[in-house]
Design a protein around this ligand. Structure first.
Ligand SMILES: NC(=O)c1ccc[n+]([C@@H]2O[C@H](COP(=O)([O-])OP(=O)(O)OC[C@H]3O[C@@H](n4cnc5c(N)ncnc54)[C@H](OP(=O)(O)O)[C@@H]3O)[C@@H](O)[C@H]2O)c1
Length: 282
């Protein structure tokens, strides 16, 4: 697993601020709704070598993520924890601070590593104060870095007018079927790193016959090929699985060399959105 450097660029000076290191691969824990399911998955992933966990208050399992971390016996500083401010909670500076504290309580942690605005606040007037709240969470040490999720290029452009610090990360859906080269370039352009969610298109595309041919040529599973494509696109990638053997299979994607499959992957693009797509909202 590679470690990437992320930072919040100072909007006025262009200087990198709050530079920290982050693994480029981790476990997503969305839709782990059964009691104990998330805790078991996170514990297994940590035992097998995962060091990044992506949760959100909206997933209802921050508490199990925290329990798994404590029970893993791995030092807190070795694990990178990401959580998110829910879109319905992204209303004001004050509420942003309160929700960050609630997430820390749910996790049972003193700090998180990366706090993300889960999606652009619905109210345009709330975007600046919510981001100011995120900046305050960072300056108080409640989180080591701040970023956004589901922001389109126009949302990032608008931030230049109200942010003191630009986001370190924009977490968006990226997969071989939704490659998003223009948005990835816009993210790099503000000094941030793209983070790929739903790299398997929520499992909808694991049986794509064209992906199957690529995987066969590489001698790996289809899921492994798709995950490695996302990583090789320069994106921090967070496949979800609550199946213990698939958690290990997905980690195995890191060993792959995709050389020679570039054209085959390029032809998978079909602008396929597997869930929601707030990047195109106003
Ligand atoms: N910021 C956002 O708005 C946002 C939105 C969506 C997701 N996310 C984050 O990104 C993470 C990943 O995205 P996702 O959960 O939407 O979808 P995903 O990772 O693309 O796909 C997960 C689905 O694929 C299955 N799967 C996993 N590994 C597999 C394998 N090796 N072979 C076959 N099937 C496999 C899983 O089933 P099993 O569990 O049964 O293996 C599950 O049904 C989420 O968990 C969450 O942390 C963020």
């Amino acid at each position: 697993m590679e470690i990437v450097s992320i930072s919040n660029t100072d909007t006025a000076t262009g200087r990198k601020m709050h530079e920290i290191e982050m693994p480029n691969f981790g476990l997503g824990v969305y839709l782990m709704g059964e009691p104990g399911e998330c805790k078991a998955a996170v514990k297994h992933a940590l035992e097998k070598g995962y060091r990044l966990i992506d949760t959100a208050m909206a997933y209802g399992n921050e508490d199990e993520v925290g329990q798994a971390i404590r029970e893993s016996g791995i030092e807190r500083k070795e694990i990178f924890v990401v959580t998110k401010l829910r879109q319905p909670h992204a209303n004001s500076h004050e509420e942003t601070l309160e929700r960050c504290q609630q997430s820390l309580e749910n996790l049972g942690l003193d700090y998180m590593d990366l706090y993300l605005v889960h999606a652009p606040p619905k109210e345009l007037a709330a975007r600046a104060p919510v981001w100011a709240g995120m900046e305050e969470c960072l300056s108080k040490g409640w989180t080591r870095s701040i970023g956004v999720s589901n922001y389109g290029a126009h949302h990032l452009d608008a931030m230049v007018s109200y942010a003191s610090l630009m986001p370190s990360v924009n977490q968006i859906e990226i997969s071989p079927w939704l490659q998003r080269s223009a948005l990835r370039a816009a993210i790099s352009g503000i000094g941030a790193v793209p983070m790929a969610y739903s790299p398997l298109a929520r499992g909808h595309k694991v049986e794509d016959p064209e992906l199957g041919k690529i995987a066969k040529s590489l001698g790996c599973t289809p899921a492994q090929a798709a995950i490695k494509w996302c990583i090789d696109s320069g994106s921090i990638t967070i496949p979800k699985s609550s199946n213990l053997s698939r958690i290990e299979e997905n980690l195995g994607s890191l060993e792959l060399d995709l050389s020679g499959t570039e054209a085959a992957f390029a032809s998978l693009e079909e602008s396929y959105v597997s869930g929601w797509d707030p990047t195109s909202e106003k």
